[in-house]
Write a protein that binds this ligand. Sequence first.
Ligand code: NDP
Length: 330
Amino acid sequence: MATFRALRLHKTDSPAPDVKIEQLTTGDLSTGNVLISNEFSSLNYKDALAVTGKGKIIRDFPMVPGIDAAGVVLESDDPNYHPGEHVILTGHGVGETHTGGMSEQVRVPGSYLVRTPQALDSRKAMQFGTGGLTGMLCVLALLDSDLKPSDGPIAVSGAGGGVGGIATTVLSTLGYEVHAITGRESEHDRLKELGASEILERADFTRDPKPLESTRFAGAIDTVGGQVLATLIPQIIYNGVIAATGNAGGFQFSTTVFPFILRNIRLQGVDSVHAPSETRERAWQLLSENVTTDQLDASTRTIDLENVVGTAEQLINNQVSGRVLIDVQA
Ligand code: NDP
């Protein structure tokens, strides 16, 4: 049987898994009716947690991690997908409970896939990756809540990260004034290049907020959670919207009901894993139409499977800026 290369995590007695690059056959892959020759994956926060064992992401070992992938259909029993077509894979437990993207071949049910938009190829698709898709889904949550550029500035927290960077880029392209919140001074210039009009210090959002404060944002995209989210909420205008997607800054948070009752603040959770396929297709299309990957080139770096562990450690320690692509065929 033909073999292909993949990175696999094996269980150990400590939280950190044993990471091996191995030759696998399709018999080692989870089931599905579409087999893909994978071209690129990317390294996301969740992948870094899985690879380092710093988060309990993987429950069934051995597991091929990688929550996203993009490549070409090799074999398909799904009438919607045919050999030779370019596809993108995100969510649905891929790289968590279903073997994932850090492999030259990936097999999934066709319902997990989205056709790669015309303007993108596999590399460009993974420059956005799950982070980009999630950033776009957050922007869609604001657009679908009727928040307009004229309503006022939008705060983006964790702006130096993958999701926050894409959200900053898309919002500014669509004409919104973006106030990017970051804890890294080294990110200031890059965030300005991505379109942020103001850079705010994360330290100003890690204090104990008052129940209601002076309002200064029409909405927010929060990728950080915890104290930052709790501090943002009382600063949002009447009828404002927050799309919250992450918890890099902690999953506990405390606030009062006042902003929700007295200012009708709407807090919307965004989870790319569970987004319906029509919404994901719409988000990919909008991404491909509104952001050129040229805007991301300077902050994209490409690694191969051998460099995944080291880069994952850096990402967990907040030492990685922008997007990390994995060239799985390298
Ligand atoms: P990154 O690691 O690329 O970025 C996270 C950013 O959060 C960092 O760059 C940093 O921003 C900020 N940050 C990190 N640690 C802390 C901290 N202790 N306190 C406050 N801020 C912190 O991750 P992603 O952008 O890929 O993901 C961001 C979040 O979104 C994660 O929690 C991830 O799990 C979640 N996510 C959710 C998805 C979903 O579908 N629900 C999909 C993808 C991601 P800066 O350097 O600017 O300070």
